[in-house]
Design a protein around this ligand. Sequence first.
Ligand code: PLP
Length: 390
Amino acid sequence: MATRLSASAIPHVVPPRIERFLAEEDPPTPCLVIDLDVVEERYRALVAALPAADVHYAVKANPSPGVLARLAALGSRFDVASPAEISLCLAAGVDPSRISYGNTIKKRRDIAFAHEAGVHMFAVDSEEELGKVAAAAPGATVLVRVLVSGEGADWPLSRKFGCEPDMAVDLLVQAGTLGLDPAGVSFHVGSQQMEPRRWDPALERAAAVLRQAHAAGVPISLVNIGGGFPASYSADVPHIEHYGRAIGAALHRHLQGLPVRVLCEPGRYVAGDAGVLRAKVVLVSRKAYGDEHRWVYLDVGRFGGLAETEGEAIRYQLVTSVDGGPLGPVILAGPTCDSVDVLYERTRYQLPLTLSEGDTIDILAAGAYTAAYASAGFNGFGPMPVHELA
Ligand SMILES: *Cc1c(COP(=O)(O)O)cnc(C)c1O
């Protein structure tokens, strides 16, 4: 089923401060421009929608120093997946007690690094990983991640993380016997989760683990509801208030009367809408005389940061410097000599017929999972600069 995404079908705009920066500075492309005020606005909106939850920003979505510093100043906590992300948080002035290590796949030496840095909370989903945490971070707090469905998500996290609830209960019990502090349960319903109701069955699973752990003598009280809150790639993305209400109702339904502390780990929602990726057209061509489709090659592609165009899963809105005239169908591709460096072929993008070499294309809501994904220099195209507007 092809969605029609044209330069005018869905209302969308470049955030005004970013627009001004781009007009005044005309920076070399590709580049990512982040409006830190939008980061702040999203953080505040999330806190308002989920007042009961501690926010641990998922650093991987956008680890830029300004993003971390702004969130730290607002009182955010942080979720990391590596020593380098811990160092970034510490450099932004974050107290290590406010950092959680949510990756369930950690090298023993990385666990030790975190432990020495003062990070106390670790997620696990296997006996093997639990053993590593017990050895390298004695006495640490552990959360056990349960498998939940990723249905409804545009970028599901599949079965890579989490374990079944009965195993989760065993791991919590075992954590206690290993001298660790078994604190709770975590899950992630999939990234760019378009359906607020998907937290309900996940919380039902988490509540079952919590009850069974209590029955087994392990009184856990933390429920980590993960990330998944969406960025505005399209007009049909539900408002954050809908997520807040659905999750609030599910917490009430499944955990009523239990003394729980809730924690969430937003990444995409906080950073996505705050960024615009400015690119330029390198070439517009056709493969045959009379071909309706034009190929539009940009100076950024799959390897330059647009990794989530894989499977055309994430479909960004585009604004060109020549919007306004008649449109025609295009296939969008990146600049490298690799055939997977095609962004959209099945999704029917429409761009102005006058589009040509040197025109700019602004890729909207590109603040999350873009610059950080860029390859070190495939084909000689290095990572793009990130401009942060304080
Ligand atoms: C990536 C990740 C997140 C953030 O997910 P979003 O969909 O960007 O909100 C949260 N928690 C963990 C453990 C993650 O790996």
